[in-house]
Design a protein around this ligand. Structure first.
Ligand code: ATP
Length: 291
């Protein structure tokens, strides 16, 4: 009897503690500088061997593509191309990170497939080698492979690990609207009055384990170039309920608030639920051991 292998990976979401755009690179990509933080909200990605045929994707989310447009599928193809280990697999995604929300759920699913296939096939790729495959799938994939806290530069795929974010409570709230990332970059290119985050002071705050100083320096330039009233409202609610800061993640529209006090975050969660369909309370996630 053939014993088929399967394993279940956690694909953690991320928030941008800072998000700055420095200009355009020669290859046409925007040059970014972002402090990325993985959070404890995750999708589950179950990978099971099957006898033959192309990768099969399914999920609990009816509108998520289950063909070659799914980033998990792209990751399975890219892994086979890069390593020659073309193992037929079924991938079942338990989607809990809201789609197109600025939390890098799709990139994280792709990262989980790359890490999972590396384990399943015993291909023995290093974290750097997995990141090299991942960056062609999406700029956020390398960070989703390494996790923890990192400074991302270039087009977001050049990573420098940073000291971990001090433990805290993170409230995520996604308003009922979608943001197109290319449209957000186009708005940025037209925008005039941009306040840039103080990335250096945030890195210093991480080095000193100073959560208040970190919160004081956080900023996302997309909030200047594409202000969204629903985002502003959620930020205000979180601040009124004691958040040290409240910012938008990625190109939005998810807002995250940083709290130190358990009862404050619970009250803020209840207040945000009145105007946002997705509200979730989580914590910073640590960098993966060995990578
Ligand atoms: P980022 O913060 O990296 O910009 P995001 O959170 O805004 O990412 P995702 O949830 O990663 O966005 O999804 C972006 C797009 O990718 C959506 O249009 C979605 O249809 C597509 N997509 C493909 N595969 C997946 C997947 N496994 N999970 C979520 N979205 C996926």
């Amino acid at each position: 009897m053939t014993v088929r292998k399967n394993l279940c990976m956690r694909a953690y979401g991320k928030i941008n503690l800072t998000l700055d755009i420095l200009g355009r690179m020669e290859n046409g990509y925007h040059e970014v500088e972002m402090i990325m933080q993985q959070v404890s909200l995750y999708d589950s990605v179950q990978i099971s061997e099957k006898t033959d045929g192309p990768a099969e994707i399914s999920s609990n989310c009816p509108w998520l593509p289950s063909d070659g447009r799914n980033l998990a599928y792209k990751a399975a193809e890219a892994f086979a191309r890069a390593t020659g280990y073309d193992v037929p697999v079924k991938i079942r995604i338990g989607k809990y990170i809201p789609v197109a929300s600025g939390l890098a759920g799709g990139s994280s699913d792709a990262a989980a497939v790359l890490r999972g296939l590396n384990i399943l096939t015993k291909a023995g790729l290093s974290t750097e080698e997995l990141c090299k495959i991942g960056r062609d799938i999406g700029s956020d994939v390398p960070f989703c492979i390494t996790g923890g806290t990192a400074l991302a530069t270039g087009r977001g795929d050049e990573l420098r690990p940073l000291p971990p974010m001090p433990d805290c409570r993170i409230l995520l709230a996604k308003p009922r609207l979608s943001v197109s990332t290319p449209a957000a970059y186009a708005e940025f290119d037209r925008a005039k009055n941009i306040t840039h985050p103080d990335t250096a002071s945030c890195i210093q705050a991480l080095e000193h384990g100073d959560l208040a100083a970190l919160a004081a320096g956080m900023h996302n330039v997309f909030e200047d170039s594409s202000p969204i009233p629903e985002v502003e409202k959620l930020k205000q609610i979180m601040k009124e309920h004691g958040a040290l800061c409240a910012n938008m993640s990625g190109s939005g529209p998810t807002v995250f608030g940083i709290f130190t006090d358990e009862s404050a975050v619970l009250k803020a969660r209840a207040a945000c639920r009145a105007c946002a369909p997705f509200v979730f309370y989580c914590r910073p996630a640590a960098r993966r051991r060995g990578g």
